[in-house]
Design a protein around this ligand. Structure first.
Ligand SMILES: [Zn+2]
Length: 206
């Protein structure tokens, strides 16, 4: 009798320790080879940030691998590069379509990077930007209920009741004693109204 085939297979690859993490740091006394090997493991479109804080001076091999990393933010502000490594890093950065931002202690070395990227149809990198706060984007699109004691934040298709000056969630609108008539809209529409003709409102579905 054959072995039961229902038993769950457990040969899925072991999830790496950084799975689910948005940022990875490479720290310590790392050789070029170690940096390259580490990058092969951690790179991926899901990676938000990669920070390198080695105590060694990295050469061109590590620099080229770092410059090509599939992450959104590359932080080399605390990494040291040999002379030709800076060139290698810059070269790789100029063709890296994953990257959005770069942090470096030497922004001047990358001053002409945007031009090089433009030649490859890539957007400029933001240099040394404080972009750890991307989560705040979510808040910006919300409508804050003005009901007394209510701190509801309404987003997307949530109903918003407005008199044009104050906005209320459904519960606050319902228990409001009176006053100007309220118009029902959605948080998304209300945000757009308040922002006026918002240029960034392009890709949204109607
Ligand atoms: Zn409310």
């Amino acid at each position: 009798m054959p072995a039961p085939s229902k038993a769950p297979r457990v040969d899925a690859p072991e999830a790496p320790a950084f799975d689910g993490a948005h940022s990875v740091e490479l720290t310590g006394e790392l050789t070029d080879a170690q940096v390259v090997a580490a990058l092969l493991e951690v790179g991926g479109p899901q990676l938000d940030g990669l920070a390198v804080k080695t105590t060694t001076t990295l050469g061109a091999a590590a620099a080229a691998a770092l410059g090509a990393v599939e992450a959104r933010v590359l932080d080399v502000a605390e990494a040291a590069f040999a002379g030709d490594a800076v060139e290698a890093l810059r070269g790789a950065l100029s063709t890296n379509g994953f990257l959005r931002a770069l942090r470096t202690a030497d922004p001047e070395a990358f001053a002409d990077l945007d031009e090089a990227r433009a030649a490859h149809d890539l957007a400029p990198l933001s240099l040394n930007d404080d972009d750890d706060e991307e989560d705040e984007d979510d808040d910006e699109d919300g409508v804050y209920c003005d009901g007394e004691g209510c701190e509801a934040v309404l987003v997307d298709d949530a109903a918003v009741f407005t008199d044009g000056a104050s906005d209320y969630c459904g519960a606050c609108a319902a228990r409001r004693p009176g006053g100007p008539e309220l118009r029902e809209t959605t948080a998304r529409a209300r945000v757009a109204e308040v922002a006026g003709d918002d240029d960034s409102d392009g890709g949204e579905a109607p």
